[in-house]
Design a protein around this ligand. Structure first.
Ligand SMILES: Cc1cc2nc3c(=O)[nH]c(=O)nc-3n(C[C@H](O)[C@H](O)[C@H](O)COP(=O)(O)OP(=O)(O)OC[C@H]3O[C@@H](n4cnc5c(N)ncnc54)[C@H](O)[C@@H]3O)c2cc1C
Ligand SMILES: Cc1cc2nc3c(=O)[nH]c(=O)nc-3n(C[C@H](O)[C@H](O)[C@H](O)COP(=O)(O)O)c2cc1C
Length: 785
């Protein structure tokens, strides 16, 4: 077997070393354009987890990494004259040149041939491929091989907004330091850590406007150094900044759809890049090198194709997870100024929890003292703002009250609206609704939402949707509301909506969003513009005219009056998910030429008119919310700037909270799902127009709820599907955190006591397990600190 590895970075070298070690008879060559002592940049970071991986694959290189690294446990966040430390993080820093040199040595020991100072040009590649069984393209972020065959590899490249540059310093440090600095032109962050005795990495990052205003230029390193040394004089403590090709760049986020072509396989940054703010680029490259080596050793000789398929199967998902975390982290840094009005511990929480993997409960394991301080600050601020005192009972933020107008919810957990498709054909409720809502309301959530309910028969999505246009329906809803009020501490919110072009469709568990199978059961549709939901499948909606607008508005007012009489505590107008009002708001579905189309102000006009009329009819002391789709997940859809206009206009019209959902506007949407995936939209509205928000979407754990609240991403946290399989989510979480002063139905009190004992035991056990399961600590070597 002949293997050529193009690029002698950490990925290429580690692959070559592991493969040659497993197959000494194979001929493996690494071709690197630089000399063997050239390097760019300064240090790299590995977590305890990654060190564990190295330990299990090549002990000699692991030992040499350990001899040289600087190890730290604390992250220190420097913010407005405060230094906030969070322990238990277990990371090491190592000089990039040291890493490369020890990998060179290991490669030579195993018999890998290393060729330096040779650059492979694009026109050489064909010939190289025919002279080898496998060509590993490990030629970094600007890979010429990937570019040469880009129609096969299909790279998706997006260049991120912030400017960064990578410098070094002689300043020693015993922890990872984030130095945040407010300058007259904006916020700058220095990500810094020691990687060997007396050497530290300093990556500076800021947004484009701040970068321009400071007068930086891309390649004038000396000027950048002078400016940054002046700005960070205090933090550098008399030490200079060091340069090494320290040009200003913007981070290219790359992910290739295909990882191999003929006998070429991509490795490391050439295939997928991960933003430096989670320190995972080298980790990703070396972990992929391990998987590629295993696959090539197992299958390479018989079938490179099979080896590449095994590599892809092993690494695609882990790569996507790391990249997704990196994306969320970099997005936070792009908007760091939005958190700059926070108190110190809240700011530290948001920095620590920015990438979703670290939550409130993880931090309790890493550093309980840090969480205690964050909680202290939270309860203190809450006491100042509301007069409610949780400083002694400390139930966690999730179990604190929240007030909107005169409505006070007992905690921050919400059951999100969920259509049950169980009404009779006339839109009347059935026993199902009574049992479903009443039993769920006993589960301990502060607020429970009714499903999208319609003010007229032709506003329904399906024939199973509930209505609120008749006295009978009003009485049915009132019976539920009365039960909830009499038997639980939950408040209950009605959601009113009109299906628009997504109406007259099948039940949720049938062919959803498709027309009703029995043709005669369908009814005519209306929408902002005459565009069907599914081309050639859905019925063509009529463009809603003025008379239709007036009729629908009157129906919403009438349903609002009914909801008020039925005793609902809160009312929501559904302006999300592609239904009628959403069809006005999104530029993808609103192509109108009148004053209801065009600018975001125009597209909002009709939803706002309806909202304002409902607000008039709804009791002053009761709150109203609006549910929006904060992104259409498609080019040309709602932009962030629109989002802020939407929130502000509804706030001006008397809306108290934005319920932040996303998507379902068009069938060819491309959502990026993941844990808490819609939370950044809620966070943006919470931090920019500073409106109360409710976050929802793939939130499944109490720890996530507490993280969202602690980091000011939302004021209420809604869970939909988790409540379908666990109506007692909130009660269970109370027991988990020992939040004792929540009210349970008296009939269930014996169960409560048991739940508290059981959950406390479970929590202790889980904490012990997680503490034990933490990666082995790789301990500081004396002399490196
Ligand atoms: C500011 C910044 C900070 C970072 N901080 C960290 C960190 O703290 N931790 C971390 O893990 N990662 C960090 N990274 C990322 C890290 O540098 C890379 O992700 C990692 O080096 C990828 O390894 P690789 O082997 O895929 O590619 P590279 O390390 O880029 O190696 C590619 C090699 O290929 C060679 N090459 C390229 N083209 C050719 C050619 N045509 N012919 C021959 N040779 C060629 C190059 O000279 C290079 O040596 C950071 C990156 C940046 C930009
Ligand atoms: C069965 C079901 C029915 C739903 N019906 C509604 C609805 O009537 N109104 C609405 O605004 N959202 C509706 N949704 C969306 C949810 O409220 C929620 O936004 C979504 O499921 C994401 O939250 P989750 O990840 O916690 O499930 C529904 C979701 C499900 C699963």
């Amino acid at each position: 077997m002949r293997i050529k590895v193009i690029g002698g970075g950490p990925g290429g070298l580690y692959f070559a070393l592991l493969t040659k070690k497993a197959k000494p008879e194979w001929d493996i060559e690494v071709i690197e354009q630089n000399r063997d002592d050239d390097t760019f940049g300064f240090g790299v970071v590995f977590s305890d987890d990654t060190l564990d991986e190295f330990l299990s694959h090549d002990l000699p290189s692991y030992d040499r990494i350990r001899e040289k690294f600087a190890y730290w446990d604390d992250v220190a966040i420097h913010y407005k004259d405060n230094e906030i430390r969070c322990g238990g993080n277990g990371f090491c820093g190592l000089s990039r040149i040291t890493l490369l040199k020890l990998l060179h040595a290991r490669c030579r020991e195993e018999g890998v041939s290393l060729t330096f100072s040779r650059r492979i040009d694009p026109d050489e590649i064909e010939q190289l491929c025919s002279s080898a069984d496998i060509v590993v393209a490990a030629d970094g972020i600007n890979s010429v091989i990937r570019e040469r065959y880009k129609e096969h590899f299909k790279p998706a490249v997006s260049v991120k907004a912030n400017r960064f540059c990578w410098m070094g310093s002689t300043r020693p440090m015993g922890e990872f330091n984030y130095f945040f600095k407010q300058t007259p032109h904006g916020v700058v962050c220095a990500h810094t850590y020691q990687y060997e005795k007396g050497k530290s990495t300093w990556v500076f990052e800021m947004d484009e406007a701040c970068w321009h205003a400071h007068g930086f230029t891309e390649t004038d390193e000396e000027d950048s150094r002078a400016k940054l040394e002046a700005l960070y004089a205090q933090e550098l403590d008399g030490h200079p900044l060091l340069l090494n090709r320290s040009h200003w760049r913007r981070f290219p986020r790359i992910f290739c759809e295909n990882w191999s072509h003929k006998n070429i396989v991509l490795l490391g940054d050439a295939k997928a890049s991960a933003h430096f703010s989670i320190g995972s680029g080298t980790k990703l490259a070396m972990e992929c090198a391990i998987a590629l080596s295993c696959a090539v050793v197992d299958h390479g000789a018989a079938s490179p194709k099979k080896a590449f398929a095994a590599y892809d199967a092993a690494r695609r998902v882990p790569c996507q997870v790391v990249q997704h975390n990196a994306d969320v982290s970099l997005a936070w840094f792009e908007h760091m100024k939005r958190s700059f009005d926070m108190e110190p511990m809240q700011f530290a929480m948001v920095v620590m929890c920015r990438a979703k993997t670290i939550t409130y409960d993880n931090l309790l394991i890493r550093d309980p003292g840090f969480v205690r301080k964050a909680d202290d600050e939270w309860y203190e601020r809450y006491y100042r703002e509301t007069g409610l005192d949780y400083r002694t009972s400390r139930p966690t933020p999730m179990f604190t009250k929240f007030r909107l107008r005169q409505m006070e919810v007992a905690n921050r957990v919400v059951m999100s609206p969920m259509a049950q498709y169980s009404a009779d054909r006339e839109g009347n409720l059935t026993d199902w609704h009574f049992v479903h809502y009443c039993s769920h309301a006993l589960g301990g959530m502060g607020l429970i939402f009714a499903e999208m309910t319609c003010p007229s028969p032709d506003a329904r999505i399906t024939l199973g949707c509930t209505g609120l246009w008749s006295d009978h329906q009003e009485a049915q809803w009132k019976r539920i509301v009365d039960f909830v009020h009499a038997n639980s501490s939950a408040k209950i919110c009605m959601q009113l909506g009109h299906a628009g072009r997504k109406g007259s469709t099948q039940l949720g568990w049938e062919e959803a969003d498709h027309p009703i199978a029995e043709e005669s059961d369908n009814w005519p549709l209306v929408s902002a513009s005459p565009i069907p939901y599914f081309e050639k499948i859905s019925d063509l909606p009529a463009e809603l005219d003025r008379a239709g607008m007036a009729r629908i508005k009157a129906e919403f007012v009438s349903a609002t009056e009914r909801a008020a009489r039925a005793g609902f505590d809160m009312l929501e107008l559904h302006c999300a998910h592609g239904y009628l009002f959403a069809s006005f708001i999104s530029p993808l579905t609103n192509k109108r030429a009148d004053e209801y189309g065009g600018s975001i102000e125009n597209r909002l006009r009709y939803p706002l008119e309806v909202f304002a009329a409902m607000r008039e009819a709804w009791p002053e002391e009761r709150p109203m919310s609006v549910r929006i789709s904060a992104s259409d997940w498609r080019d040309g859809g709602i932009a962030e700037a629109d989002l802020f206009v939407i929130a502000e206009k509804f706030r001006d019209a008397g809306c108290d909270l934005i319920d932040v959902s996303s998507g379902q506007t068009v069938p060819d949407q491309k959502p990026v799902y993941g844990r808490m995936y819609q939370v950044p939209f809620a966070e943006a509205i919470r931090n920019v127009p500073k409106m109360a928000t409710m976050a929802v979407g793939a939130i499944t754990e109490p720890a996530q709820v507490n993280t969202i609240l602690h980091t000011r991403r939302a004021d209420l946290v809604a869970l939909a599907r988790p409540h379908l399989w666990n109506p007692y989510f909130a009660h269970q979480a109370q027991a988990w955190y020992g939040a004792k002063d929540e009210s349970w139905p008296q009939q269930y009190l014996p169960g409560r006591n048991q739940a508290f004992r059981e959950q406390e035991r479970l929590r202790q056990k889980q904490m012990e397990l997680q503490t034990k399961a933490r990666p082995k600590r790789h301990a500081l070597n004396e002399g490196n600190a």
